[in-house]
Design a protein around this ligand. Structure first.
Ligand SMILES: [Zn+2]
Length: 363
């Protein structure tokens, strides 16, 4: 009997936790549990459900679900408990039911005001084919209008807009919906703080799955080349800090906005929800960086945390990608070349597709 219980425990852990099913009018999460003794707490907030399972041990995981009701599910193991963060698309109604043989907790999540088709008791473990809506990617070509960004062999605001428009075409061809923070040479506000806040708030739409801000790099020595990708977090490295200040508007404005972003980054250290999204963003940064480097031949310099104002409150995977150094004699000229920009867009496309497809989406 003991052996039976043990083998079943292994079986439960070997399956996805939770299993996700997308149905007409609701998303179902099925948590397979090792015994009836495992209890749970459910906390419902606007845009977020938090489930806590005391005494349970499960590995960490991040899953983009992209159903009409649920954006993502993240499993966060802690001391003597497991927390599951379910990002919902606005206000939802949750129906929780326990079933035995096998032991499981079932959550049916529907948008408020929509009555789900009558859910029947779920079958024991079995994969269901979800029908995800089109993913939505928000692209942010940095700077624009009165703010040219870096100026070297290219003008940053022009190069990043061109790359974003190329990437938009590629993504749309793959059935992905694309939104742009700007589609021509404009600033969103002459005030940098307002400008960056307006870009960031577009990522807050409950429909957006990913946020990619596109930039061109520069160094005082004009000798660096390569690809860097940033996700939001404290940047201890002084070199990165200088770059962060530049992208946050430069000069005194840049310093002030960096300070403001830094206080948010410090708060993240005690915020489990923000930390979970940071992990997601880090994975997106790595994926984009490697694919971009592969497509262009530009060296991959790595992914780093940085106090970028435009990323500070992102609730979806959000990164700032520096596609290359516009002041390097070779790379700068490359970035001015339409054929090279096409490769940059192809690299970013491959990165986004890999991130969305690689087990990140529930299947
Ligand atoms: Zn920039």
């Amino acid at each position: 009997m003991r052996w039976l219980a043990w083998s079943f425990w292994l079986l439960a852990l070997a399956m996805a936790f939770p299993r996700v099913g997308v149905h007409q009018g609701f998303t179902r999460l099925v948590f397979d549990l090792p015994s009836a003794q495992v209890d749970y707490r459910l906390e419902v907030q606007e845009g977020l459900l938090t489930l806590t399972f005391p005494g349970l041990s499960v590995g960490a995981s991040d899953t983009l679900v992209n159903s009409p009701e649920v954006a993502s599910v993240q499993v966060v193991p802690g001391k003597g408990e497991v927390r599951v963060l379910v990002r919902t698309r606005g206000a939802v109604e949750v129906k929780a039911s326990r079933y035995q043989d096998p032991e499981r907790l079932v959550l049916d999540i529907a948008l408020k005001g929509e009555t789900p088709a009558k859910p029947k008791a779920p079958d024991p473990p079995k994969t269901q084919a979800p029908r995800p809506p089109r993913p939505v990617v928000l692209l942010d070509p940095g700077h624009g209008g009165i703010d040219p960004g870096m100026v070297g062999y290219v003008v940053e605001k022009e190069a990043v807009l061109d790359v974003a428009l190329r990437l938009k075409r590629f993504l749309e061809r793959e059935g992905i919906e694309v939104r742009l923070t700007r589609d021509r040479d404009i600033h969103l506000s002459p005030d940098k703080r307002t400008d960056l806040s307006m870009r960031a708030s577009m990522a807050d739409s409950s429909r957006v799955n990913l946020f990619v801000s596109i930039h061109v790099n520069a160094t005082p020595t004009r000798t660096a080349r390569g690809v860097e990708v940033f996700y939001f977090g404290r940047s201890p490295d002084p070199r990165i800090l200088a770059q962060v200040i530049r992208e946050n508007g430069g000069g005194e404005v840049g310093k002030r906005l960096t300070q403001e972003a830094r206080s948010v980054a410090e708060r993240i250290l005690s915020d489990i929800v923000a930390q979970a999204n940071q992990r997601f963003s880090q994975r997106l940064a790595e994926t984009l960086g490697r694919h971009l480097s592969q497509a262009t031949g530009s060296p991959y310099r790595g992914s780093f945390p940085g106090d970028f104002f435009v990323l500070r409150y992102a609730r979806v995977p959000a990164v700032l990608v520096e596609i290359g150094f516009g002041d390097h004699p070779v790379e700068g000229r490359n970035l001015a070349d339409p054929a090279y920009r096409e490769k940059v867009a192809q690299g970013l496309l491959a990165g986004v597709l890999t991130f969305l497809g690689n087990g990140a989406f529930a299947r």
